[in-house]
Design a protein around this ligand. Structure first.
Ligand code: FES
Ligand code: FES
Length: 378
């Protein structure tokens, strides 16, 4: 085997070269290699087997995995001279001329590849595991392949729940079809046993009849399986596409705005409105209370306003604050529980009071104005 090296200005006579012997995929080889040559380069450029891929050159991706004396090795981190006397297996050594290796069949059937770049390394890592442990657990499989990265993620389907459920489905399908065929063949076992005593025409008739029944039974079983599969796929499709609570929240947040932000805005608005109401209390004509829970501040200017206007209203703590401010600014406070409750329920701030309360409010304001007149007279 002739190796070609990069010319780095060295005197060709002085480049140390080692002669190694190794076997690759069953073929015995001799190579003259520089001690610094990587095994991956010997395999790809020296032997010309390019199924061993190079993804990173830094022992991270596992694409260059080969078997050296049966052990999975990342060939980008092993020197060619270390393979002296060893048996190397690359992905090209798995299949025979006529058939794929069972691992290759398995990967193909389970769609365990997409672009295929990582697949040779994955297969050889899997082979090393299975040669040592033919019945590994899922954890053992995951551990054995943990040094091999797949940028396309096709392996999730093989080793995930989906892979297992596909396997189970396949077994159930075979069992159903097999049972359907058995129900037709078993009752006819006597006829089949008598075949030697029957004329060729009779055998042909019996067999075609039996085959027809088997065919119908198999088709019926497949129809049942297809119907079941349809509903199962439909159910899984709906499940897969159903939004989780978190996704619904997130979408609501994106379309409607963050509820926390909205609550904060609402709180700020209420605070602003509260301050505005309290600021209007000193201008009020009268405060009607029930006497402790409700407080309604009304303003009326004779000749300027058609009806009294509510300038502030509140319950409990806010009602208390309205009464305190009213007291500080000598605004009259009149206790009238039914009127206070009715006004609180029917009038909004900055609105005139409804007509049905004109009479009751007029009496209160009349009383207050009379009181103010008396006080001024005194
Ligand atoms: S090329 Fe060897 S580990 Fe990535
Ligand atoms: S199948 Fe593409 S990187 Fe693994």
């Amino acid at each position: 085997m002739t190796m070609v090296y990069a010319d780095r200005g060295d005197d060709a006579e002085q480049i140390p070269v080692r002669r190694i012997k190794f076997t690759i995929n069953g073929d015995k080889k001799i190579a003259e290699v520089e001690p610094r040559l990587l095994l991956s380069h010997l395999i790809r450029q020296g032997v010309g087997l390019t199924g061993t891929h190079m993804g990173c050159d830094t022992t991270n991706c596992g694409a260059c995995t080969v078997l050296v004396d049966g052990k999975a090795v990342k060939s980008c981190t092993m020197l060619a001279v270390q393979a002296d006397g060893c048996e190397v297996t690359t992905v090209e050594g798995l299949a025979t001329a006529s058939e794929l290796h069972p691992l290759q069949e398995g990967f193909k059937e389970e769609h365990g590849l997409q672009c295929g770049f990582c697949t040779p390394g994955m297969m050889l890592a899997a082979k090393a595991l299975l040669d040592e442990n033919p019945d590994p657990t899922e954890d053992e499989v995951r551990w054995a392949l943990s040094g091999n990265l797949c940028r396309c993620t096709g392996f999730k389907r093989m080793f995930g729940v989906e892979g297992l459920s596909n396997l189970a489905k396949g077994v159930v399908k075979i069992a159903i079809v097999g049972a359907a065929i058995w129900t037709q063949v078993w009752p006819e076992r006597g006829t089949i046993g008598n075949v030697l005593d029957t004329s060729p025409a009779g055998v042909a008739g019996d067999m075609s009849h039996l085959l027809f029944k088997v065919l119908i039974a198999a088709l019926a079983a497949l129809a049942v399986i297809a119907a079941g599969d349809y509903f199962m796929q439909r159910y899984r499709f709906i499940q897969r596409n159903r939004m989780s609570k978190q996704e619904i929240k997130e979408e609501f947040r994106q379309t409607e705005g963050d509820p926390a932000v909205k609550a904060k805005i609402r709180q700020l608005r209420m605070e602003r409105s509260r301050r505005r109401m309290i600021a209007a209390v000193p201008e009020a004509t009268v405060i009607i209370t029930n006497p402790t829970h409700y407080a309604i501040a009304l303003k009326y200017e004779s000749g300027k306003m058609a009806a009294p206007v509510c300038v502030a209203k509140g319950v409990d703590a806010l009602a208390l604050r309205i009464r305190e401010v009213a007291t500080q600014h000598d605004v009259p406070i009149v206790e009238n529980p039914p009127l206070a409750r009715a006004l609180h329920a029917t009038v909004e701030v900055d609105e005139a009071i409804p007509a049905e309360h004109y009479k009751a409010v007029a009496q209160v304001i009349g009383y207050v104005l009379k009181l103010n007149g008396k006080m001024r007279a005194n």
